[in-house]
Structures are given as structure tokens and as C-alpha cells.
Design a protein around this ligand. Sequence first.
Ligand code: BGC
Length: 432
Amino acid sequence: MSEIKFKKNLLLGVASAATQIEGGDENNSWFDWFLQGKIKDGSNPARANDHYRRWRDDFRLMRQMGIQVYRFGVEWSRIEPENGVFDQSVLNHYRDMCLELKKLDIKPLLTLHHFTNPLWFEKMGAFSSPDSVAIFLRFVEKVVIHLGDLVSEFITINEPNVYAVFGYLYGEWPPGQKSLSVTLNVMSNLASCHIKAYRLIHELREKAGFADSKVSFAHHMRVFAPAGPRNPWHRFWARMLSLSFQDWLAKACLTGVFPFPLRNSEKMPPGHYYDFLAINYYTRSTVRGPSDGVREGAPVNDLGWEIYPQGLIECAGQLAKTYQKPIYITENGTCDHEDRFRSRYVSEHLQAICQSDLPIERYYHWCFCDNFEWLEGESARFGLVHIDFETQERSIKRSGEFYSRVIREGGISDELADAYCRQEYQQNRSQQ
Ligand code: BGC
């Protein structure tokens, strides 16, 4: 590792999602998934981090750690518990949170949809329904009218590709369907939702006198590398997976041009529907056929995902080649139960950012506190802060201490790297 110094315009923070941290809500699709016994360790998303009640303490802790920017989400099922019925007290709750962030000088980036739906919306078919776009827009309007004077940066939808593929193709997430045509329909509708929300947020905030809106969708990207770099079959599938999982959807969301097999059923006009590129990056897939895998001997995290820091630059570079705007890394982090190698992971990804000449302006570490990790429940720990889920006690991990020093020192000195980042990674031992 060589010493790194951050550019002045790189801001560092943390990211989270409402359902993964708030607790207390039983009106959403993931609580229902839990009731159906689908969470691997049986843990209940209505527990999570109890952040809905403890948010002031969590914000204080963020401040103490020097967090500069915070990406978080609102829970739609709380805001609109029934179709067309909005709960003002919940909107006020999020308003109080935004006011507090302002006081603490932590800049918010607000996510409107992060995997979870209100139950009534889920029951009507969620984003596979032709009515979903208008219904989602009505919710977006409420939130922006209520918080738009305090928040200027928005993520409309988190990872539409992951949401669609896991829920509608693999059937592992709610609603558990396995249909390629519905998956494509959901992806198409989500792209329309993004575009319409992009336009609406700009319009509403401009009307209210704010000209500084920045809106995008958070794109989950990974590197798809052919297992045999010269093997035509591997190369074909690596390309196909990249196109179908991430490239077509990016084009539809960012430009309104829907490549086949996506469908522009809402007749969105071509345009520029992004003010920055938002990338969630975790790993590289090694491809030998239509499903992805992990290279033998690759360094991996506790979920078996390859650790490949340069991939962040490869993904960001791939997107930036076509769509030129500042880049925000809206998620990057790793599952490391013992917090053995997280500091090294963070420092290597930050080093890749600093050594590239891409216009990366934000790095949001995923995540602040260990939380409810979807199918894995409470058993997969991604946080800089440890949580005892029973007592809800928070304690800053060594990686959290490292990240906090990195922010304060504006870079990573040799001394800091020596003290925190010398851990060995574990290796993938399975043959593909
Ligand atoms: C999601 C997060 C999730 C993280 C780690 C991302 O794809 O946006 O909600 O916790 O990955 O699995």
C-alpha cells in the first residue's frame, strides 16, 4: 500500500436503508417474507437496529466519527400505510431527522425506494402492475413536498436490477416469482419510475425556489469476468450477463432509451435523467456460463464474495465512458463477522479511487451499523459499528475507528495503514 491523500472534493460517509435499520414496522413486504419463514437465520426485520427510536443517538455517533455525508432511506409502508392514506406524523419524523442532520453538518442523500414495499402495494403486484408508476409517483411527491427544502440529493430507486432479479427471476426475495417476462416488465416499470421521479423532484423543488437538485438511481454493478479470458463461451456469457443485469437497465434509466427486451410502455422521451452516477459496488463474478461464480483462490469475504478493489474503478469507468457526470459510490463494504479485514478492504477501495482519474466525489461505506441483511438476517455483519441485537448496544469496531481517522486525516498514511490494514484475506477454496 502506498500513502494516499484524498482530493478536496471527495466526501466520505455511510449508507443505510430504512427496513434494514429502523425496526418496528410490520406493514412491509420483508416482514411478510419473514412470516413466511424465508429469512435464513429466522431473524425479524421488525427488530433490526431500533433506529426509528434511537436515531438521535446514532446521528451523534456518526458525528463523533466525523461522517460527512449520509445516505439513508424512508420507509414507504410507514408513510403510506394504506393505499392513498399518508401518515403526517411519519413524514414529520423524517423531517426531524433531516433537521438534525443539518444541525450536525452531515449532508443527506435520500433514498426513496430500497427493496421494500408496503403490503397493500405488494398485494396488487408491486412494480409488475401497470398502475405502479402512478402510485409510486404519488408517494414521491408527498416526500419531496415535505422534505424538499432540507434535502437536495435523491436516489429514486435502489438497485432495480437486484430487486427485479431476486424477486422475480430467482424467486428468492419477495414476492418469490420465477418469470423472465415479469422480471423484464418490472425492470421496465422501475426505469419509468426513476425517470418520472427524476423529473418530478426537479420540478417540485424548482417551483419551491431550489435549483440545486441532484437526482439519480443507485446502480448495483459488478465485474463479469470470463473464467478463461480467451474462451469464447465464457466471454459470450460474461458479456450477456453484463448486458442483461446492468447495461440495458442503466441505459433505460439514465437516457429514456429502452433497449430490447426492455419496454418503454410509459412512452418516456429520450433525455438525461441523472445529475450524478450512483454506483453500488461489492464484487467481481467469474463467468463460465449463464450463472456467475467465484474464481478459485480469490480473496473472499464471509459470504464468499470475491474482494476485488480494482473492480470498483472498472465498473465506474465503464459507466462513465458513456454517461459523463460526477460519480458517487453510494455503497461499498463487506461482510466480515469478526471485523478482521474490513479496514484493509476499505483502504484498498479508497486507494483504487484515489489512483484513478475518474470524477468520484463521494464514498458511502455500507454500512454504518450491523443491520438486518435481507435473506441473511442478522447473521451477516457489514457495519463499522457493532450491534448487540439483544441489547441494542452499539460499539465502534476497529474498522470504524480506522474509517473515522481516515476521514479526519483526509487520507491514509503509511502509519495508519500499518496499524490497521495488515490482515490477510481468506481464500475461495471451492472449484466452480
Ligand atoms: C443492498 C443493501 C445490502 C448490501 C449488502 C446492496 O446490494 O443495496 O441493501 O445490504 O448490498 O448485501
